[in-house]
Design a protein around this ligand. Structure first.
Ligand code: MN
Ligand code: MN
Length: 262
């Protein structure tokens, strides 16, 4: 199945630094840069798998931006393609999952992040980038949620997660991921701060002690179902060093596109 690459330039739901709205065109420029190649590690040509690009601007109002994201995911699904989305901050994942649920029902989700993003609200905003998985759970978008790379868990997020059966794993616990639970319909959400800042310095909330690039690639290799959708969020180009996080994001686009094309 073909993949549509969507860019969601939104960072007004970030709790600290702005910048992720700049990410989608930066990742796109890296993706097929002459410094690299279009091949996934397994030998799939991502430039052939990705059949359409949608990098339109979003409205400035939060509710309107959510509606626009939902509409664009729905349009991709109606076209018979799978959405691979580039943030933006992690708040974009909630409207994405709402649209995905309308087609697929509750999704099983592999979520790579330093943070649970399970706040009931953050700084008065229920749609903050600290909240998308709380909203998605409340709306019935989530079957099994497996989070990995966690190393900054607020107590109220831990209790929300425990109440809803979320598997919350630290970066040291990748061998405990229950891949057998991550069945179809499978969705993958990668917050780049789930990786160690040594590999992904270009994020707004760097937390030492994270996953390596190789570990994240191995997680993707171990998936037993082809994802029906995925996102890569929280690249902040203003914090990046020598484009290394943008380059990592481009690698993840190629790997996810290859998996999704199955
Ligand atoms: Mn996040
Ligand atoms: Mn995070």
């Amino acid at each position: 199945m073909s993949v549509h690459l969507l860019g969601f330039p939104w960072d007004a739901s970030s709790s600290y630094a702005r910048g992720p709205a700049l990410a989608p065109p930066v990742i796109r420029a890296m993706l097929f840069s002459e410094a690299s190649s279009p091949w996934s590690i397994s030998g799939v040509d991502a430039s052939e798998v990705i059949s359409a690009y949608d990098f339109a601007d979003l409205p400035g109002d939060g509710a309107q931006a959510h509606a626009a994201i939902l509409d664009r995911i729905t349009a991709t699904l109606r076209a018979g393609a799978k959405p691979l989305s580039l943030g933006g901050d992690h708040s974009v994942t909630y409207p994405i999952l709402k649209a995905m649920k309308d087609k697929h029902g509750p999704l099983n989700i592999l979520h790579v992040d330093a943070h649970t993003d399970l706040y009931e609200e953050f700084e008065g905003d229920r749609y903050s980038h600290a909240c998308p998985f709380a909203r998605a759970i409340e709306d019935g978008c989530v079957g099994k949620l497996v989070q990995v790379g966690l190393r900054s868990i607020a107590p109220q997020c831990r209790s929300f997660g425990e109440k809803h059966g979320v598997i919350m794993l630290g970066a040291e616990a990748i061998d405990e991921i229950p891949f057998e639970s991550l069945t179809a319909p499978l969705y993958v959400s990668i917050d780049l701060d789930g990786l160690d800042p040594a590999y992904a310095p270009g994020v707004s909330h760097p937390e030492p002690g994270g996953l390596t690039t190789r570990e994240v690639l191995r997680l993707l290799d171990n998936l037993r179902a082809a994802p029906v959708g995925a996102d890569i969020v929280e690249l902040n180009p203003e914090r990046d060093i020598n484009m290394m996080t943008a380059n990592l994001a481009a690698r993840l686009v190629k790997e996810l596109a290859a998996l999704m094309s199955d």
